[in-house]
Write a protein that binds this ligand. Structure first.
Ligand SMILES: [Fe+2]
Length: 353
């Protein structure tokens, strides 16, 4: 068996290259949009990529699944519930995907998304029992994936899915699709773990079902450009340029909350508030326009290019990502409101509701 984990610092995601040293066949799981690294590895090590699998439809980064399948002739696989507009081989719970002697058993683990799966890997040459699980956005190191947009039903499903993975033996190694990022609040940053360690020390796994459901009540904001990314990953639009903008690490000037009122007046700046609509409704900088970060790429027509733009959020970090994205896609006159609306309020500035 050959196994390689790719860590993608710009997104906090991990992708995987799994191969049989006997049959020379390889699978890539959760490939990122830049597929060259997988192609290079396959060539260097003389493997043929025959399967491309996404553990779920990603909402925070563009998938390289179709590009990699097209470049290699590999079969593209997703869980049968995946709602996409392109052909794929549907996977079902319990199905065994073979890669030479390696067996990848599909475990349907809905909750983060309805079509989420985990892959339980067995290498019979070493043992008849599974040795590792690619846990997608179901189980993380120190956290579990957030139930996206599924409300209580999604949270219940996520709880059940995590419990299902915990039936694996303690020694089974866990390789998640994220090691940092917006898909979980408490990820430790380490790229892998074991079932036994998480069973004992993952704080979320210590919660009762009731407490788990209560803990998911507070839904984190949707990721930057989620709408455009999801549409692209579903084959319903091509917003590939969004990825380029998000990869930009352009520096953007920041404006302090105390200086902001004068700066806005002097520059005739438009304040763009990238928080969720309910956060905006609870109080915002006067005359700010609301464009939640998840919708930003699809609503660029509302962001002027010929005027200074001050991006605001709650505490200044979402807005920094959004401002960098705007800079990355060609907005020159963009600045970030330091410490966000909280800082704005603390500075004694007026607020509109
Ligand atoms: Fe995800």
């Amino acid at each position: 068996m050959y196994f390689k984990q790719f860590l993608h610092d710009e997104t906090g995601c991990a992708s995987y290259f799994v191969a049989s040293r006997q049959s020379r066949e390889a699978a890539v799981i959760d490939p990122q949009r830049h597929i060259q690294a997988y192609l290079d590895l396959a060539q260097e090590r003389e493997y043929r990529i025959v399967q491309v699998i996404d553990t779920h439809l990603h909402a925070d980064h563009l998938s390289g699944n179709r590009a990699l399948a097209a470049a290699t002739g590999a079969v593209l696989m997703l869980h049968e519930l995946a709602d996409v507009d392109f052909p794929f081989q549907p996977l079902r719970d319990g199905q065994e995907v073979r890669l030479g002697q390696i067996v990848m058993r599909v475990v349907h683990t809905p909750g983060h998304r309805p079509e989420s799966i985990s892959l339980v890997l067995t290498n019979p040459i070493r043992s008849p029992a599974p040795s590792m699980v690619l846990s997608g956005d179901t189980l993380f190191v120190g956290d579990v994936g957030r139930p996206d947009f599924g409300g209580d039903e999604g949270a219940l499903a996520q709880y059940a899915s995590v419990q299902r993975l915990l039936r694996l033996e303690d020694y089974v190694e866990v390789f998640p699709a994220h090691f940092e990022g917006s898909c979980g609040k408490g990820m430790c940053g380490r790229p892998s773990t074991t079932i036994g360690f998480e069973r004992r020390f993952n704080p979320v796994l210590q919660l009762s079902r009731t407490d788990f459901l209560a803990s998911t009540g507070e839904v984190p904001p949707r990721p930057l450009n989620m709408a455009a990314i999801l549409a692209t990953n579903q084959g319903r639009g091509d917003y590939g340029w969004v990825g380029e903008g998000m990869a930009s690490s352009s520096e953007v000037p920041s404006v302090s909350p105390t200086a902001a009122p004068a700066w806005i007046a002097e520059h005739h700046a438009l304040v763009v508030d990238v928080r969720e609509p309910d956060e905006f409704a609870a109080g915002h900088v006067p005359d700010a326009v609301s464009i939640p970060q998840a919708e930003l790429a699809l609503k660029l027509d509302r962001v002027p290019r010929d005027r200074d733009v001050l991006v605001a959020c709650r505490s200044g970090s979402r807005s920094l990502g959004a401002a960098r994205f705007l800079k990355g896609v060609g907005y020159d006159r963009v600045a970030n409101l330091e410490r966000g609306t909280l800082g704005w309020v603390d500075a004694g500035n007026p607020v509109d509701v």
